[in-house]
Design a protein around this ligand. Structure first.
Ligand code: FES
Length: 115
């Protein structure tokens, strides 16, 4: 069985950093759920690509190192608040050894943006 050796740091909009570990093949959303990372409202659709609450902002280097987002992901990202050129949906990012030490910014979501 795989060990949780890949460390990820989530940087909240308020500046608070929260580090957690996951294993290869986990998504960033899996890490948030499994480790109960304190990110309010993150991952509302549980990774089914029907929300944008798992929006994360990556460094240019990390963004470029990942496989391109699918059209479905891009469609949902379009709805994300504070969209950037290096934005992704956390449920679509899969941990690999190369990502160990990853830092992602989690923008503030707009409370009340839900219909
Ligand atoms: Fe909803 Fe990622 S959790 S799109």
């Amino acid at each position: 069985s795989q060990e949780e050796t890949i460390s990820v740091t989530f940087i909240r909009a308020d500046g608070k950093k929260i580090s957690a570990k996951g294993k290869e093949g986990d998504s960033l959303l899996d890490v948030v759920v499994n480790k109960e990372v304190d990110l309010d409202g993150f991952g509302a659709c549980e990774g089914t690509l029907t929300c944008s609450t798992c929006h994360v902002i990556l460094s240019k280097e990390v963004y470029a190192s990942l496989a391109r987002p699918t059209d479905e992901e891009l469609d949902m990202l379009d709805l994300a608040f504070d969209l950037t050129d290096t934005s992704r949906l956390g449920c679509q990012i899969t941990l690999t050894k190369e990502l160990d030490g990853l830092e992602v910014n989690v923008p503030a979501s707009v409370n009340g943006a839900r219909q």
